[in-house]
Design a binder for this molecule. Sequence first.
Ligand code: DGL
Length: 294
Amino acid sequence: MSVLTDAHFFMFNRYLYIMASHPIGIFDSGYGGLTVFRSIAALLPQYDYLYLGDNARAPYGNRSFETVYEYTLECVEWFFRMGCPLVILACNTASAKALRTIQEQDLPRIAPDKRVLGVIRPTAEMIGSYTDTNSVGVLGTKGTISSGSYEIEISKFFPEVTVYPLACPMWVPLVEYGEYKSEGADFFVGKYLDQLMANAPDIDTILLACTHYPLLADKIKKHLPEGVKVVSQGPIVADSLADYLQRHPETELQLTKTGDMRFYTTDDTTDFDNHASVFFGERVQSAHLRVGKD
Ligand code: DGL
């Protein structure tokens, strides 16, 4: 006689969920994507969502192209197995280093009817409308900045805008480890902003091109001359997703709409739950996902 254990029950529940639910997948290397998810959920609360933070392997910002691509693809494939017809890479580093290869090489092979979108293009489409001086500072991880993606994309929509990119490699660790309110954070905020503004004093708009950085926005604003706008991506990406879903009924019609939100992390769930609320604005309860090869 077989005995049904909690593990069986959990597996069965998961099976039912995958069969019945077609959520929008939202991915980040860690917590940062929650700042984007927060805006998306506020604007489009009717959809089901599945969030995954690859906290066990974060930060991605200093990792090689190959590694970011490999990790991102592994997570995207998991979203597909979980029934997501659409996945948003709510991570600039993954958008810069993995998105194009996934869209052009992997999707036609593994899931031609599914879609993966990033955060760089929707942001580039909008950022030129914020600046009066046509000078925009773009702050991101080493990976995002060295990819040159923002200069390329912004020049397509706003050729008159000069982009001043700067990598701020210390900012993600400060945020990821909960030090974003500390004096150490003041030091590192000042260090990068002083460098940027000394190089280009006519900058009137600063784009936070990393989804972790909104947690440092208050300190960043305080450090900048009055009148310099600090732009976070959440609302821009949410508007762009709403527009995308309107223009793509073939994807929109596949999505289930019960307002369900589920959270997964590749690291410790208690840590994730304790930190996530600061990014997401409400308490969350996560489940664990094991990644990587055995
Ligand atoms: N939130 C990711 C981004 O937008 C960050 C990065 C990281 O893991 O370094 O780039």
